[in-house]
Design a binder for this molecule. Structure first.
Ligand SMILES: Nc1ncnc2c1ncn2[C@@H]1O[C@H](COP(=O)(O)OP(=O)(O)OP(=O)(O)O)[C@@H](O)[C@H]1O
Length: 306
């Protein structure tokens, strides 16, 4: 186990499993964030803290509000109410590019427009907000060029690390599902973030690339970054997260370690209540089937005894 993993686990060791439980050293603190779409309250998070230097998974049934919450925190969506701080600095209402510049960045799925750019161009775009203001650009072209070169150099380094260097001149749209995920992660690192927020990092990834992607996510923590990710794949959640936060119907309903979180009755209720997309592994599914069969048999027996 890496030192950082051990430190992260030590930080969570004695924490209560309550929604909103305070963390020893939070990098992100959220209070009273709500988002309504017409009559629907998509997000209603009373309080939540993300521990610095850890990998935290955000899980919950479809429509629980995870993506909306991510979008609010990173400035891509507005909140109807609420406050949140990153490193003690208020981020409520701050636009996305400034949130990223402050060190909090989220990954994005490749849009159509980005697919038509090359891999290297995508990386360079990731650094967009690092650039000097246009004013200085006009006045000091030499300095600008030096910065451009530094950005390209950083992009090349990251592409090598993510084994995408051979693809640098290819259109991003030609990459496989897993390579796209690697590019999304590499692009986010262009701003040298402290907190990396990953939206479904394993979605659409071929099993051959799974381990490599998991390794990259763990590396982020081992290099001192904090990772918060939304994911439906419970095997991945168990494999890499130090702590799990569960959302349902917009609110945080439970928190806890990955190996026990799914046995929390509040979590079971939330997933069963959602009637779809329960994040069950094969063995859990089997167990649930057995339980249902046993219950049915007991019921039949009861009926026949009447
Ligand atoms: N722009 C929007 N306009 C109207 N309703 C929206 C909008 N965005 C999200 N919603 C609704 O808000 C709720 C939360 O959606 P959200 O996508 O945040 O959930 P999620 O937990 O990320 O779900 P999934 O796991 O399926 O991605 C859903 O009921 C969704 O239909």
């Amino acid at each position: 186990m890496s030192d950082r993993k051990a430190a992260a686990l030590a930080a969570f060791k004695d924490l209560a499993r309550d929604p909103g439980v305070p963390k020893p050293d939070p990098i992100l603190v959220v209070d009273g964030v709500t988002r309504r779409f017409g009559g629907l309250t998509a997000v209603e998070v009373a309080h939540v803290e993300i521990q610095r230097g850890s990998i935290t998974a955000l899980i919950g049934p479809n429509g629980a509000g995870k993506t909306t919450f991510f979008n609010q925190l990173t400035g891509f969506d507005t909140a109807d109410a609420g406050k949140w701080t990153f490193n003690g600095q208020s981020m409520s209402g701050v636009p996305a590019h400034r949130v990223a510049r402050a060190g909090m960045v989220r990954t994005f799925q490749l849009t159509k427009a980005l697919s038509r750019l090359t891999v290297l161009e995508n990386m360079r775009l990731g650094a967009q907000h690092q650039r000097g203001e246009n004013f200085w650009r006009a006045l000091v072209p030499g300095a600008w060029r030096a910065q451009e070169e530094a950005i390209t150099e950083q992009a090349e380094e990251l592409l090598t690390r993510f084994k995408l260097d051979a693809k640098r001149a290819d259109f991003a749209g030609s990459l496989s599902g897993g390579q796209r995920k690697l590019l999304e992660m590499a692009r986010a690192l262009m701003v040298k973030p402290e907190l990396v927020m990953l939206d479904e990092p394993m979605a659409g990834v071929n099993p051959a690339l799974t381990q490599s992607l998991l390794g990259h996510v763990k590396n982020l923590r081992d290099e001192g970054m904090t990772v918060l990710f939304v994911e439906h794949d419970m095997d991945m959640v168990r494999d890499i997260s130090d702590w799990v936060i569960v959302m349902a119907q917009g609110a945080v309903i439970s928190e806890g370690p990955p190996d026990t979180i799914m046995s929390d009755p509040r979590v079971i209720d939330a997933y069963l209540g959602a009637h779809h997309d329960a994040p069950l592994s094969e063995s859990e599914l089997q167990e649930q089937l057995h339980e249902a069969e046993a219950a049915l048999e007991a019921e039949i027996e009861e009926e026949t005894q009447k």
